[in-house]
Design a binder for this molecule. Sequence first.
Ligand SMILES: [Fe+2]
Length: 484
Amino acid sequence: MFDPLALLHLVSIQQGDATYTSKYLDSDTYKANLAANRIVVGGFGTAPFPDPCRTLFDSITSWFTPPPKIMDNCLVNVLQATDQMVVMTETDEVRVVDPETLDTLGEKQTISNFVAIRQATAHPHVDSDGTVYNLASSGSRDGSTYNIISLPNGRIEQAKMEASILARWRFHPGYMHSYAITEHYFILLETPFTFSVGALLAGQYFGRSFEEAMVWYPNEKVHFRVIDRQTGLEHPTTFTSEAFFTFHHINAYETDDDMLVIDVSTIESGEIVKSLYYSNLNKSDSDPTKLKFDSVATRFILPLGDVSEMPLESELLGDVPNARLEKQVGNSASARKVKDDTIHLQGLTLNPIFFEMPRINYAYNGKPYRYAYAASSKGKSLDLTMLIKLDVKTGEKKIWEDPTHIVSEPVFVASPESKSSGVEDDGVVLTLLLHKTNPHTVALLVLDAKDFNQIAKVEFETQGTVTPTFHGQFVSSFDQVHGY
Ligand SMILES: [Fe+2]
C-alpha cells in the first residue's frame, strides 16, 4: 500500500462550486519506472527489478555499489508551508507542487543537504507561528538516533536540529510514522517494531525491500521518549508499556497536575504491516489466511513529576480526571513505579471501535481537547466504510456510514467563527469517498462536525482511475499558517 506511484488529488471549493483534479507526481521515481516500464525504484514493501536502462558496466558495478538514490515517490502527505505546497513520504526527499494545477515544480529537495538526518516522517507538526517541526532519524557508528528538526516557515534550506536522542538499541531503531508535540515536549513512541540496520544495508545490494529489514519483538517494551522542547534533553523518568505498534498519534497534552496525556491509535503487533501487501488485501474477508488489521484509540498518562520518593509498585494515577472515561467505572489508564526511575504504563481504551487515520481540530493540537475523528471499519479490516467522531472525555461515538463507498481520512475544518465561539467541534469534516466498484467516480463529503449529519456531497465523474489516499490538508486562501 505504501508503494504505488504518487497520485495527487485536489478538490477545489470556490463560491459554492467544487472541482476535482488528479495528477501523477512527476517524480524521479515516476520517470525512472516509466522509462524502464517496470519497477526499478522500489519502495517500502516492493523490491526493485534490475533496471534494463542501466548499461552492462552499471549492472556489474551495481553488485558492488548501491543503486542511485531515488526516494521521491511522495505519496503519503502534503503540507502547504507559506507559499509552497510540499509533498512528502518517509525519506529525506520531498517535492514541491503547484496547488492549483498539481504540476510538479523544479527538482526534488533533499532535507539531508541542510541538516544531518537520513529520513524524516510524513507527519510534521506546524506551530502557530508557522514553524514546522518534524521527527527524523539518522545514524552513525555510535548507533541510530531520533532527531527533531525545525523548519522556519517550512523552509527546508533553514532546517535546524532541535534535539537528538539515541535509540535504545544501537542498530535496531524503532520505526516511527508520526509523533506528538505539546507546549513543552516532543513525544516519541519507540515501539519494539524496528529496522535492522544491517539487513537494510545488505538489502541495498540484494534488491530487498525495507519491509524485509523490519523486526517485531513482541516481548519487548514500548519506550515513551519525552523530550523537553526548550533544552532538547530527555525526561529523566523512563516510561514503558507492554508491546504495541502505532502508525498515528491522535493528540497529546499537559495537565495542571503535571501529567502528560497521550492518545494514539494502537495496533497489537508490528506484524500488521504484512497485512498491507496487496496480495493480502485482495483476499476475501472470509479467507482464513487473510491477515487482519486492527487499531483502537488508546490513552496513556505519564506522571512528569519527581518519582524518586514514591514506593516501588505504587500506582501514581489513582483518580486523575483524564485517566478514566466519564460515567464509566473499572477501566482506567495507570502508571506504576517498577524501578527507581521507571514507570510502567497501562493504556485506557477510549472506545473499542476501529480507529485509524485520526484527525482533530488542529487549533487544539498539543492542548486539552475533546473530539477526535477517524476512519473506521466493521471488522478487523481496511474496508473503511465509516467515519467516527469520538468524544475522548466520555468514550461516546457518532458514526457516519455508507457501505457502498470507502472513506478517506476525515479532515476537520473549523468554521470561521469557531475561534471566537471557542466551540471545538464548530466546523465541518471533509472526506473523499471512493465507490467500491466504480473507480471512475469520486465524491467530496461534507459532514457537520457537531452532529455528524451530512451537509453536502459532491460527486465527480473522472476520466482516470481514482485511487485511495493516505493523508491530506485543507488549505484556505485566507490563512497565513496552514496546520492539519
Ligand atoms: Fe500516516
